[in-house]
Design a protein around this ligand. Sequence first.
Ligand SMILES: Nc1nc2c(ncn2[C@@H]2O[C@H](COP(=O)(O)OP(=O)(O)OP(=O)(O)O)[C@@H](O)[C@H]2O)c(=O)[nH]1
Ligand SMILES: [Mg+2]
Length: 652
Amino acid sequence: MSWIVATAGHVDHGKTVLVKALTGVDTDRLAEEKRRGLSIDLGFAYAPLPDGSVLGFVDVPGHERFVRNMLAGVTGIDYALLVVAADDGPMPQTREHLAILDLLGVSEGAVAITKIDRTSRDRVAETSASVTALLSASSLAGAPLFPVSGISGAGLPALRRHLEVAAGRVEQRQAGGHFRLAIDRCFTIEGTGLVVTGTVFSGRVDRGDRLVLSPLGGHVRVRGIHAQNRESETSRAGERCALNIVGPDVSKDTVRRGDWLLDERVHAPVTRLDTVVRVPLAQGRPLKHWSPVHIHLGAADVTGRVALLEGRAIAPGSRGLAQLVLDHALGALRGDRFILRDRSARNTIAGGHVIDPFAPSRGRAKAERLALLGAMKPDDPAAALTQMLAGAVGAVDLSRFALTWNLTGAEADAVYDTVEMVRIEDAGEAVALSPQIWEVLRRETLEAAGERHRSAPDRPGGTEEELRKVLAKWVSPAVLASVVSGLVAEGALIRAGLHLRLPAHRPKMGADDAALWERVKPLLARRDLRPPPLPELAKALGVGKVEKFLVRAANLGLVFRVAANRFFLAGTLSELAAIADGLAAEAVDGQFTVLAFRDRSGIGRNLTIEVLEFFDKSGFTMRLGDTRRIVKPWATIFPPPPDPHRNQESPQ
Ligand SMILES: Nc1nc2c(ncn2[C@@H]2O[C@H](COP(=O)(O)OP(=O)(O)OP(=O)(O)O)[C@@H](O)[C@H]2O)c(=O)[nH]1
Ligand SMILES: [Mg+2]
């Protein structure tokens, strides 16, 4: 089990000395840090534990000018070690760091009361009392206090033991989700190349994995891994790791603190985040709409503004929905914690967590949008999805949902299994509908089919696309296809080629067409099974053109266009199909030739070829070199057509 502890506390209160006393590592590496005797950037130290695991320390600077660095250090950590000098007691950055930990939701931690070698017992007791009071209103309320001296070593064994026990007790963070690493450093090592370090927020990484640098988008391959300062084949959520990466578009100059190294599936940088923002009671001032801020999320620090979605201000001690409008793209997912500081970067003014990282710019405060955000609030994805479905007007995009919650395919499936919904996956689209909406859509689809029959009684019914146009805008082709195939399977809709009709529908011709049909039918119904080509037909009828009429008749299933200028009666085709059936039945191998068909039908070689090709296209026969065989019974492909006459004559 590996684990990270981050220090926190006012400048000069003894954080770095304490970490050195616990680990033997001096984390003040920079020359300037040595010269000024204060920490500027993050320091890292590791202590092997008796059980073989490694305790990692992130040592943060306390100076008020470097809170930005402190924020990059405490992001994603599990455990805080608040350091307060016994002589000084709580000071401004003691309070600010504690507020930050509280806003980030860090609830595990301990306090070191340092420098006890140079203060009286009474002073230690006094400071301890004021620290306890300070903690009581924070997420670290009740954290144990350890009076220590980083110089004399007094009290250190107790603190060390406590950290060891706590490390064993704290539940190993679930390594669920896709891999996300918040980069806090990037450097090159001679002979090794580019190395980035940071805290693993989720998932795991293995040597050889391909990752994406976000928000930039450059692809990299992981050549080597150090997890908790040890060479490793893998690293996982809750650890600090160093990754040696290579990639064509990635160099020391393109990688910055605040970038993410991600599984490609969660690379989706955004410039707007819908969030819950909380203003600490101690803040004193309300957070106003459109305040300019620094947003610290992961190890990133981007500027932007806070658009409040409910009211014009959030009072100290309260929370509210807010959209963060960022000046630069940032990778963020649901549940990510962040801190807001004012534009001058002097004060921590609020904190919060991401509800929807894919926030709309328009209508962000509309009632429907706020309702959706409300539905997305639960931390449990199944509970959130249930509420989202219940409140949705249409479909919920499952791909987006899984990305937002950073769920792997298997994790998402496990969630979907517990939620009552209709899931539709087709051609890259994955959506879900509530059972209620599914029912409504089924009804509306049948209504749309009926409406289509009323408006075009001479047509066999609407196509799927025609029906979709009259349904709600959110109904995608995949959603309708799913609804329709369900209705067809139940017999509530009948599919005839591209057309969909209600079972009771009998297409009927207009009076003119019906009259013309009476004249055309006998001309087509020739006993020699050779209907005349179009020009001949037009001549016989004494009309200019019959093609448009025959296309309408074909839509009704009365005739079939076998070749460009020849339409067949359904009955004629059935007779020809029966000839094919007969030939196939007579042959040992069930196959027959063009010649045999020509001879038996007597329709001539040219027409035989046209008819057999039409049979192939319709899926009735299949061509195998010189012969053909039957694939499917004719009647299943071309059910007997509805007779328009019967319908016209019978009362509706
Ligand atoms: N006597 C005594 N001095 C200490 C103790 N801990 C730290 N100091 C001294 O306090 C000064 C600051 O200690 P650091 O450990 O650098 O303080 P820090 O909290 O890391 O300071 P920043 O990183 O700048 O915020 C140094 O001169 C230390 O020698 C202690 O327990 N006893
Ligand atoms: Mg320090």
